[in-house]
Every structure is written in C-alpha cells, then in structure tokens.
Design a protein around this ligand. Structure first.
Ligand code: LMR
Length: 330
C-alpha cells in the first residue's frame, strides 16, 4: 500500500520535474528571410537576435536564416502558418493573397521618398494594415524600410519606350505585373533567389530593386545599366504566427515587442545610408552604368505607370490611396 503511494508520489514528482525542465527550456524563434546579412533587413534580423538573447537569457533563442536558406519566396508563408518558422519579413509586395489592401505599397510613384512611407506607416491606416491578416493567423509586428526601387536592364532605360518588349523579373505581385505591362514590357514572376541566374542567363532582361539588394546579390555584374528611378518602394512587414505569438509567456512577449520597437527604429534609421553606400559600391565597380533621369524623363515614367492605380483602386480602397498620397505633403 505504502509502496504504491510512494510510486505514485515519485511518478507525480518526475512529471513536475520534467515540467520544470521543460518550462526552463528557451523558446526557439526561427526568423527566416531571403536577402543577405548586409542589407537593412539582414541587419535588423541579426540585431533582433542579439537583443533578444541578451535581454532574455535562457528564455529565448533566435535562429536567423538569411538568403532563402530555410525557406524562400513561395514557401515561407505556408511554413509560418504551419509553425515551421516563427518570424518572417517579406517585402510588402508578397501579401496579396492575405490582404488585398497591402497592395497599396506596390503602386508606382505613390510615395515621394522613405520619409513619406514612414509617415503613412506610422499613421492610423498604416498601423491598421499590420493587423489586416489576423483572421488568417498572421500578425504584423512592424514595418522595416529597405528603400526606393531602381530599374536595371541589359540596355539603357531613360524613357518608358526603352522598356518595350523587355522581360522584367517581378516579385509575385499583380500590381507589379501591371506596372511593367503599362510600359509594354513583359513581366515575369520569379523568386528572389532566382534573380541573379535569371538575369545572367537571359531568362529575363531587367528587373527592379533597391541598391542594397542589387549590390548584395551582385546584380550589377550581370546588368550593364541601372536607372536611378526611385519609382516605387521595397519595405517589409515583420510578421509572426498570431497563435504562436499570443502563446508566449506575457513577460517574454512584452520584452520582445519592446525589442522589436528598438530594432525597427535602428533599421529605419540606417536603411537609406546602407542603400546609398551600396549605390557607391556599384558605381565604383565600373561594371554597370548608372543613369540619372532628368525631371522630364522621370515624369514620363510616372505618367506611363500611374494608370495602374485605377486598376487596383477597388481592391485597395480610394480612401487608403488618398491617405498615402497625403503623407507626401505632410
Ligand atoms: C525581392 O523579392 O525582390 C525583394 O523584395 C527581396 C527582399 O526581401 O528584399
């Protein structure tokens, strides 16, 4: 009788001890992304890891997977929903299947500069978009800047007519598809990991991206011309699985949110500088010619691409587009 009671006690104790050991295990957060470490997003992910592990020792471990090394475009969102990865920061072009309104960020010539994008993102409409996918179990934690997009091609692009008939790699975005159709070019959706090879082998003739993405992927080695067009934006939404995040112990989640705010401020402070440095490196390489547009030439691109806005007004909402535009004037 006594021995049975002892056995039961020992058994209960072993569960408790196992539970304690389990509770003391750090939470592992896998953070995957598709770009290099020496980019605004790459730096942001590493800073998040550093601060989280410093301030939550033994409680949180962050594993960062850059360069599509864990999941690339096309697979990463599904992996987030399955719990195989816990944080991502896809470019804002990659959410159209989850919230149509986020397509706003792809509209060409919407924001004059990063400061305007920043004003919109930190205003009520921008913040609301961070929560627009919660019914799909995706929570937006922050916006991180990369920068303004530039064009690149195997020939000089000065006016929209120069792009006619060329094949351009685009991110998986209907807006960007239409943007290139508007200048009578042929868009081709392709994952980021395939861009260099696609350009090198001539599967595509041109693309659009930021200076830091060009430089870190060595795109300037396979594109003889780049045009400083600033015609659109590449920014990110840092996202997590809603159920995973709300299941974290409250103190851990609170501290991670504080850290995310600090990291966001730092990423956004440094993004433009990183892009300008990358531009200088590209220019100094002598491998590509950087073309500056005159105000008249830039106005032609704007005029050619702007009709795309109307096509997506129904999905995005006219009021949201108006709010974003007014961020330029603030
Ligand atoms: C792209 O796919 O071109 C980029 O948006 C990749 C990235 O995350 O910057």
């Amino acid at each position: 009788m006594l021995s049975n009671k002892l056995k039961a006690l020992a058994c209960a104790l072993s569960f408790t001890v196992a539970g304690l050991v389990h509770a003391a295990d750090p939470v592992t957060i896998k953070f995957a992304h598709v770009v290099a470490d020496n980019t605004p997003k790459g730096q942001g992910a590493l800073l998040f890891k550093k601060l989280a592990e410093e301030r939550l020792p033994g409680k949180v471990k962050v594993e960062v997977y850059p360069n599509s090394s864990l999941f690339g475009d096309g697979k990463e969102m599904e992996a987030l929903l399955l719990g195989d990865v816990h944080m991502l920061a896809p470019s804002l072009a990659k959410f159209e299947h989850y919230a149509k309104a986020i397509q706003i960020y792809d509209l060409p010539f919407l924001f004059d500069d990063l400061a305007a994008a920043d004003r919109f993102q930190s205003g009520p409409q921008g913040k609301a978009l961070l929560r627009a996918m919660e019914d799909k179990n995706i929570t937006g934690l922050a916006y991180w800047h990369n920068g303004m997009k530039q064009l690149s091609a195997n020939k000089p692009l000065r006016e929209p007519k120069d792009a006619r008939g060329l094949k351009f790699r685009v991110q998986a975005s209907a807006v960007l598809d239409e943007q290139f159709k508007a200048v009578r070019a042929n868009p081709r959706k392709m994952s980021f990991a395939e861009v260099y090879q696609g350009l090198q082998t001539g599967v595509v003739n041109g693309t659009e991206n930021t200076w830091s993405n060009y430089e870190s992927q060595k795109v300037h080695e396979v594109q003889p011309y780049m045009t400083a067009s600033d015609h659109g934006l590449i920014d990110y939404m840092v996202i997590t699985n809603t159920k995973f995040w709300s299941g974290l112990p409250e103190d851990v989640r609170g501290e991670l949110e504080t850290i995310m705010e600090e990291v966001t401020a730092e990423v956004n402070r440094q993004a433009d500088e990183l892009n300008q440095k990358a531009r200088q490196t590209i220019a100094a390489s002598g491998k590509t010619e950087i073309i500056e547009l005159s105000p008249e030439q830039r106005a032609k691109w704007r005029e050619a691409m702007k009709p795309v806005w109307k096509k997506f007004e129904g999905d995005i909402g006219a009021a949201l587009i108006e709010a974003a535009q007014s961020a330029n004037r603030s």
